[in-house]
Write a protein that binds this ligand. Structure first.
Ligand code: BTN
Length: 253
């Protein structure tokens, strides 16, 4: 019996017991012409990658670790916002499966009770004129427990199980693909302004005091909004800084 009700996302599924990183496999497939909507999913990643050169814990069968290949028509300039689109879709799916207070920490971590449940790493291949492909890499912790992965929890991770919620990985993957497909259609038909509004409504960052960390420098301010490009606007009291994802990390002040 099928649980997947998407039109296109997940139509081709490459399943792997173990791989270094599903993003790398997906990139290889995309270079060879894999269709939009194809996904690569692994039980385990031996060197899962995160944003800002960090690693990402991806232990065997303790979560869903997958990458989705997209070939959008929108302009390369719009591509950076697709990572916010991903966060919107994943957040909705997570909320619908028993964690109603899940929220997005800018730009794209999904947090539950102040802890990180989901990480998203979006990678792009494009010329000035045209996007070749986007790889949306998504990792969702389902079964990880503090006792088995103390380091991950020390770094602020959580999982469905640690939050007291049982979820089937199959059901979760189907729900995520379905919400991603919906939000992708929103971007294509209504434009990114609508996606950004949806992001605002799911965010736990806006209105908060944050510390912006730029290498060895940092400053604090209030996260007041995101702009039309998805950059975070941080009011320091003297000025409003525009923070670009990728260069910085933000923490509670
Ligand atoms: C982050 O939290 O900084 C982003 C983590 C992204 C993890 C996912 S798991 C599937 C895909 N493959 C990877 O190596 N990373 C992404």
């Amino acid at each position: 019996e099928s649980v997947l009700h998407t039109k296109n996302f997940g139509r081709h599924i490459v399943y792997m017991e173990s791989t270094a990183s599903t993003n790398e496999v997906a990139k290889e497939l995309a270079r060879k012409g894999a269709e939009e909507g194809s996904i690569v999913v692994a039980e385990e990643q031996r060197s899962g990658r995160g944003r800002l050169q960090r690693g990402f814990y991806s232990p065997f069968a303790k979560g869903i670790w997958f990458s989705l290949i997209l070939r959008p028509d929108f302009f390369p300039m719009e591509a950076s916002k697709s990572t916010l689109l991903a966060a919107v879709g994943v957040c909705r799916a997570v909320r619908s499966l028993g964690l109603p207070n899940a929220a997005i920490k800018w730009p794209n971590d999904i947090m539950v009770n102040g802890r990180k449940l989901v990480g998203i790493l979006t990678e792009l291949s494009a010329s000035m004129e045209k996007i070749d492909y986007i790889i949306m890499g998504i990792g969702i912790n389902t079964g990880m427990e503090r006792a088995d992965f103390p380091e991950a929890f020390r770094e602020g991770a959580t999982s469905f199980r640690a939050e007291g919620v049982h979820v089937s990985r199959k059901t979760l993957l189907a729900a995520v693909l379905s919400e991603l497909e919906k939000e992708y259609a929103v971007a294509e038909t209504e434009g990114f302004a609508r996606v950004l509004d949806n992001w605002r409504n799911l965010s736990c960052t806006l209105g908060q005091s944050v510390r912006v960390v730029l290498g060895t420098n940092s400053y604090t301010g209030k996260a007041v909004d995101i702009d039309k490009d998805g950059c975070l606007l941080v009011d320091t009291g003297n000025e409003v800084n525009r923070v670009i994802a990728g260069d910085v990390s933000i923490r509670p002040a």
